[in-house]
Write a protein that binds this ligand. Structure first.
Ligand SMILES: O=C(O)CCC(=O)C(=O)O
Length: 225
């Protein structure tokens, strides 16, 4: 994920928007797999996420330079994890607070990468975002990965969110879709560098997480081979 191109988490994006129901053919949409995970698989994945968080606690990422906190909290699993702090955005091998290596990527996620990502190399990072009821994420591109040929595979757990995406220009028209618990989405090829973000969480739309809110997991290949 990179937000070098003017990301402001709290900035209003309404002036950028054009909520046409379907994007024009000239603007490809991310590939959505509604209900990719059934309820049992979602529960298994939540258990795996909670185990990861026990080892690698959620931390509050901060904006480069200003140090202002994101409204989401994050952790990672895999050889590499994405972090953001006053020094910038980067992938690193250790948790920023514990200094420990990230836990491994669970088998269920590796299976999702292989089924949905269809990429010959394994993912090296899985960024886990937790959104409380008021959390959101501004429009940004995921481009801190050296391998931009590899897809980003995203899985949603818990409350539905309003996901916003644009094309590869930040200031073009944007569109929204709902990501519900169990949905998967792939950013690949012409949508790999699409600007995207989360407008808001729709509280109370899922019973999966006892505490409410939403986890989003994004699998990424970082290193180019
Ligand atoms: O929560 C989501 O669905 C999107 C997360 C995201 O954009 C990111 O982690 O880069």
């Amino acid at each position: 994920m990179t937000r070098k191109a003017g990301f402001h988490e709290n900035a209003s994006i309404t002036k950028l928007t054009d909520d046409a129901a379907a994007p024009p053919a000239s603007q490809p949409a991310p590939k959505l797999h509604p209900g990719y995970l059934d309820r049992i698989a979602q529960e298994q994945l939540v258990a795996a996420v909670r185990d990861i968080i026990r080892q690698a606690p959620l931390f509050p990422p901060r904006m480069p330079r200003t140090g202002s906190p994101f409204s989401v909290r994050m952790t990672n699993c895999g050889r590499l994890g994405w972090v953001s702090d006053i020094d910038g955005y980067r992938y690193q091998e250790t948790h920023p607070l514990t200094g420990q290596p990230w836990p491994p990527i669970p088998e269920l996620l590796l299976k999702a990468w292989s089924e949905l990502g269809r990429y010959p190399h394994e993912p090296e990072a899985c960024l886990i975002n937790y959104y409380g009821p008021a959390a959101k994420m501004g429009l940004h591109q995921d481009r801190d990965e050296n391998d931009l040929q590899a897809p980003v595979v995203s899985l949603s757990l818990g409350d539905t969110c309003i996901f916003r995406y644009a094309g590869i220009q930040r200031r073009g028209p944007t569109h929204t879709l709902r990501l519900a618990s169990g949905d998967a989405m792939v950013l690949a090829n012409e949508t790999r560098l699409a600007f995207h973000g989360v407008d808001r969480i729709v509280a109370g739309t899922s019973t999966l997480l006892a505490e409410g809110g939403r986890f989003n997991l994004t699998l990424r290949r970082v290193t180019e081979l």
